[in-house]
Design a protein around this ligand. Structure first.
Ligand code: GDP
Ligand code: IMO
Ligand code: MG
Length: 423
């Protein structure tokens, strides 16, 4: 069998968690391939709202295996809290959740380094979630990292000490006032590592390739979004992993020729949390309404998400980089009530009109060119079939499909599992 990928096409928070949960019954295995606890994937069903951080979004389904792949970075402390949150759901975590020995560990000092780095940047800060993601991937690529499999080694504590000591020396290089009690942080870390050790560690690339040989189906769950990708995102205001389709191959050990469908998820408008350019950002009442109706607050940090119109230039770029075969449109319900909607179809760049994402998309370099679409008044949240949707919303969908040359197969009209229309 083959693998399908599910990825965010914007700056994250597109609704990946919801859709993975909706799709899980069709797959044997759900596998996270990159990112870490900077992710917050929200699932809603049976009146319950749950935010997952490192654990794949298929965890609530009895018949699915969930894998944390080698490309993920794990913080044992956050992970332990996540497990505690799942406690009341009676999930057999030891058999349903498998963790790659090659996934890297986030140490308390990685989090401190993240904080020191951000503080030292002042106004130029990335707006990181401060979960230690950047420093941990730096240690990975710098060949200094500690992996989940190292927990099983006799000298794990010595390895930890050597790296943590190095980090402390690095922290002192930053000219910032960082208050912390390392002893407390380390006690918490080692308690969490002990709990983590109780779970099942695997050689996940072996497991997944065997599963494929045995006819099992796999859905790879992305975190963040394409515009936060370390290579293709709005660098340096990005995360430190490959959030695009290629990341699923390196983050799981799956060959490119095994990938079948790539599901690209996007909001009917655009949001971004943290710093960095955002050409279609709105600073007026319209943006405020999107934020309010869409409840646009970060699932991890609680920060207000910046809101703006749909940007087809950026989306086209993401569709191309990922090889998207099907589009899933989220949060169309949030746009109900606007008289007209704007969609960005091109940028003015150095006196020219262009329809691709250029190297610089800061406000001084690009001005979005918009087309206007007629809005709709109806509340979409109770609608269950494509036919019921207002004509203006259908036209909005058709316009996007035509521009992106990929069909929109799923339309989400609310946060609940049930508020999902398959076209
Ligand atoms: P993820 O990181 O991509 O999984 O997305 P988040 O969970 O961070 O953010 C998406 C937010 O939108 C969550 O609060 C979801 O419950 C909510 N959501 C998802 N789909 C819809 C939708 O179609 N309509 C509305 N109104 N909310 C949605
Ligand atoms: P999910 O999976 C939205 C953003 C941060 C910051 C930048 C770098 O829930 O969609 P980092 O902590 O990685 O150093 O932050 O990336 N960011 C996200 N924004 N959704 C996410 O994940 C994000 N993960 C990181 O706000 O701008
Ligand atoms: Mg999120």
């Amino acid at each position: 069998m083959t693998v399908d990928l599910l990825l965010g096409l914007q700056w994250g928070d597109e609704g990946k968690g919801k859709i993975v949960d909706v799709l899980t019954s069709k797959y044997d295995i759900i596998a996270r391939f990159q990112g870490g606890p900077n992710a917050g994937h929200t699932l809603e069903f049976d009146g319950i709202k749950h935010v997952l951080r490192t654990i794949p979004s298929g965890i609530f389904h009895e018949n699915s295996i969930n894998i944390i792949g080698n490309g993920v970075v794990m913080d044992p402390v956050v992970f332990q809290k996540e497990l505690e949150g799942l406690g009341k759901f009676n999930i057999d975590i030891k058999s349903r959740l498998l963790i790659s020995r090659k996934a890297h560990l986030i140490l308390p000092t990685h989090r401190l380094l993240d904080a020191a780095s951000e503080a030292s940047k002042g106004k130029a800060k990335i707006g990181s979630t401060l979960k230690g993601i950047g420093p941990t991937y730096m240690d990975k690529t710098g060949r200094n990292g500690i992996r989940v499999g190292d927990i099983e080694l006799a000298d794990f504590e010595a390895r930890y000490r050597a790296l943590a000591d190095k980090h402390q020396a690095m922290i002192s290089f930053y000219d910032v006032d960082l208050q912390y009690n390392l002893k407390e942080l380390e006690d918490e870390f080692f308690t969490a590592v002990k709990a983590l050790k109780e779970l099942t560690f695997i050689d996940s690339e072996e497991y997944l390739n065997n599963a494929m040989k045995n006819g099992k189906s796999i859905l790879a769950e992305g975190a963040q979004g394409s515009l936060l990708d370390i290579d293709f995102g709005t660098y340096p205001f990005v995360t430190s992993s490959t959030t695009t389709a290629a990341g699923a191959c390196t983050g799981l050990g799956i060959a490119p020729n095994k990938v079948k469908d790539v599901f690209g998820i996007f909001k009917a408008y655009t949001t971004r949390v943290g710093s960095g350019p955002f050409p279609t950002e709105l600073f007026d009442e319209v943006g405020a309404t999107m934020a309010k109706v869409g409840n646009e607050f970060g699932a991890v940090t609680g920060r207000a998400r910046r809101c703006g119109w749909l940007d087809l230039v950026a989306l086209k770029y993401a569709v191309q980089v990922n090889g998207v075969t099907q589009l899933y449109m989220m949060k169309g319900d949030v746009l109900s009530g606007f008289e007209t909607l704007k969609v960005c179809t091109a940028y003015e760049y150095k006196g020219e009109k262009i329809d691709h994402l250029p190297y610089n998309i800061e406000p001084e370099n690009v001005t979005p060119v918009y087309v206007e679409k007629k809005g709709w008044k109806a509340d979409l949240t109770e609608m269950t079939s494509f036919d019921e949707l207002p004509i203006e919303f259908k036209e909005y969908i058709e316009f996007i499909e035509k521009e992106l040359e990929v069909p929109i197969k799923v339309i989400s009209v609310g946060p609940d599992r049930k508020q999902t229309i398959i076209k």
